[in-house]
Design a protein around this ligand. Structure first.
Ligand SMILES: C[S@@+](CC[C@H](N)C(=O)[O-])C[C@H]1O[C@@H](n2cnc3c(N)ncnc32)[C@H](O)[C@@H]1O
Length: 219
């Protein structure tokens, strides 16, 4: 009963205030911690120029800027852009732009690292989306995407119990597994090959419920 109420609350928040929902998710160790492990895996370090597409409410943009990166976040949702701009206020190395894949409002070849979390799985033309991310990367720069895999659909309730998740945290993982559009890790690798990326690597997060792929833009 209590689980159902948490799930209803989560759906209501999604409908009423999606930026707040995604900011709340970022504060959950299993989600926000996974995003930070992912950016570490991509080689994030101070001094890099980073583009995050589909930045949502900007929590990861802010975290990367606080780690010494120059960060540009882009989102197509005006509400997300407003929320992200508020979140990076006072963080001079972070900028938030309104824009939509595949027509990103940034100069070609500008970024050392181009990232997208929970985005490639929801766009209609994944290769076109990835190619536009590749265009934004400098020659030799890194492009990476993180996405839920089909494992999420079957493993989430069991993992939520095994990890001792409760309340909103548990409801968020279970609800994600009920509504997520997924990409198998090997299909993600295929997308990166189709987009012309080199030195492709894949990694699993959350016991394989989430996958990430990264590759190097041609120099
Ligand atoms: C599932 S949310 C993920 C937000 C954030 N990356 C995270 O992991 O918490 C997807 C985000 O991508 C944005 N988005 C969806 N399609 C987009 C597109 N074609 N171009 C840019 N942003 C897009 C949405 O507005 C939303 O903020």
């Amino acid at each position: 009963m209590r689980d159902a109420l948490h799930r209803i609350g989560l759906l209501a928040l999604l409908a009423a205030d999606a930026p707040r929902l995604f900011a709340t998710l970022d504060a959950l160790p299993w989600y926000g911690g996974m995003l930070r492990s992912w950016v570490d895996w991509t080689g994030l370090r101070p001094g890099l120029s980073v583009l995050e597409v589909g930045c949502g409410p900007g929590a990861l943009c802010r975290a990367m800027a606080e780690r010494g990166c120059g960060v540009t976040g882009i989102d197509r949702s005006p509400a997300m852009v407003r929320s992200a701009r508020r979140r990076v206020t006072g963080t001079p190395t972070a900028t938030i732009l309104a824009g939509s894949l595949p027509d990103l409002p940034v100069a070609a070849g500008r970024f050392d690292l181009v990232l997208a979390a929970s985005l490639l799985n929801v766009v209609s033309d994944r290769v076109a989306a990835l190619r536009s991310m590749v265009r934004a990367a400098r020659g030799g720069g890194t492009v990476s995407a993180l996405f839920p895999t089909p494992n999420l659909l079957v493993l989430a309730p069991e993992r939520a119990a095994a990890w001792g998740l409760t309340g909103f945290s548990k409801a968020a993982l279970v609800q994600w597994s009920r509504s997520a559009r997924t990409v198998a890790l090997e299909d993600g690798v295929g997308l990166f090959e189709a987009a012309g990326l080199r030195d492709i690597q894949a990694q699993s997060f959350l016991d394989g419920m989430v996958g990430a792929v990264m590759g190097r833009a041609e120099a």
